[in-house]
Design a protein around this ligand. Sequence first.
Ligand code: 4AD
Ligand code: MG
Length: 434
Amino acid sequence: MGNRVTSIKDVFSLNEGAEVTIRGWVYRKRELKDKIFLIVRDGSGIIQAVINKSEPNIADIVSKLNIESSLILTGVVKKEPRAPGGSEIHVKRIDWYYVGDPFPINEDAAKADSEYLLDVRHLWVRSRRMWAVLRIRHTVFGAIHEFFRSRGYYEVQGPMFVSAAVEGGATLFPVKYFDREDVYLTQSSQFYLEVLIYTLEKVYTVAPSFRAEPSRTRRHLTEFWHAEAEEAWLQFDGLLKLLEDLITYIVNKVLEERQDELKLLGRDMKILEDVKPPFYRVSYDEAIEILQSKGLKIKWGDDIGADEERVLTLQFDKPVLLHHFPEQVKAFYHRNDPSRPETTLSVDVLAPEGYGEIVGGGERIYDYEELLGKIKKFGLKPEDYDWYLDLRRYGSVPHAGFGLGIDRLVMWVCGLDHIRDAIPFPRDIRRVKP
Ligand code: 4AD
Ligand code: MG
């Protein structure tokens, strides 16, 4: 396999007549009387390769190849406006190949049955759609790290095995942990980030979170990727600005680096281009009014669920900062607004176009008595939160933070119908394989 190999994306900038070696997989194959057209893909893109049947030693090999057979080929670049990308390769030599079995996914199977595509996820990830999504996802993860690091946040890691609920007991996953029965998978690293602000002040983490979500929905996974941040001294207004900046930064990065992928997915780019501060700020009170005016049966104090978020965000062409939820619909750690104590200094970021919640966050209670009171009011056991309460006993400070559901963000940025297409190996109530 001696020749220098060129990435397919780089072939398009070569001059006509250049000799190149590429390697990859057969994406499509079309046989005519005197020619065979192969579309070959590698990690960088696709290109058309043309095999002349007057070269029987090459043509014989190529006719044996299946979709997804692998190969290394050498040929000459020719400009061809009708070929994808405007260039094609006229094959002179097959340097290496591996035929394998006929590929089980064809275009009809791909259209027909999404459950089947989930069963063969380990093969479906080779599709152009998954290729585009995974490249956008890569850019999103990179952008999150760049954003936080450039602003002086330290990356930290919390444990995945935990012994208390952050987000309510109902979605805790128990784990068999030796002979103990009080161990779970974490729902959020928030409490550990709150610990670490006393060391580093500004911290973030990118880690999985786990929720025992009993229903299959378009936007719930049982294992999802969570970008969480926590900051000492940060107050509510600063938090809202931070969220606007983070989401704007990520979306801009995707627009900068992933035009081709967004086009391949058919994404409406205008919506993404319009993402810049300020986002819409809608209070919970206003949201209830909007929803009631749309004919929904909802009253002050009710939670705003997926259906309501959908109705709400169809009204908006930019993300919405939905703030000041009532105390009873938000987890116990949310700080009540001193100027209106029945509400909390809480915020959800809702993605527009019907997508809904991608971030949950807010100011945390920092006063010991206040936190203890809220734990009791919510019917929780103070002893389950002993170390979390300790943070309020030694040099407590006002602070705020949030959690961004990265898979949900990718789903929205890509314009996908279902969250499972935003992650390579989705997990839900029925599926833990492949
Ligand atoms: O709103 P949530 O439950 O908030 C927390 O977990 C906080 N402790 C975060 C924090 O302040 N550090 O979850 C945060 C985000 C949601 O807005 C959503 O985007 C995502 O995590 N999320 C899920 N994504 C996919 N599947 C699920 N089952 C999800 N549950 C939450
Ligand atoms: Mg939430």
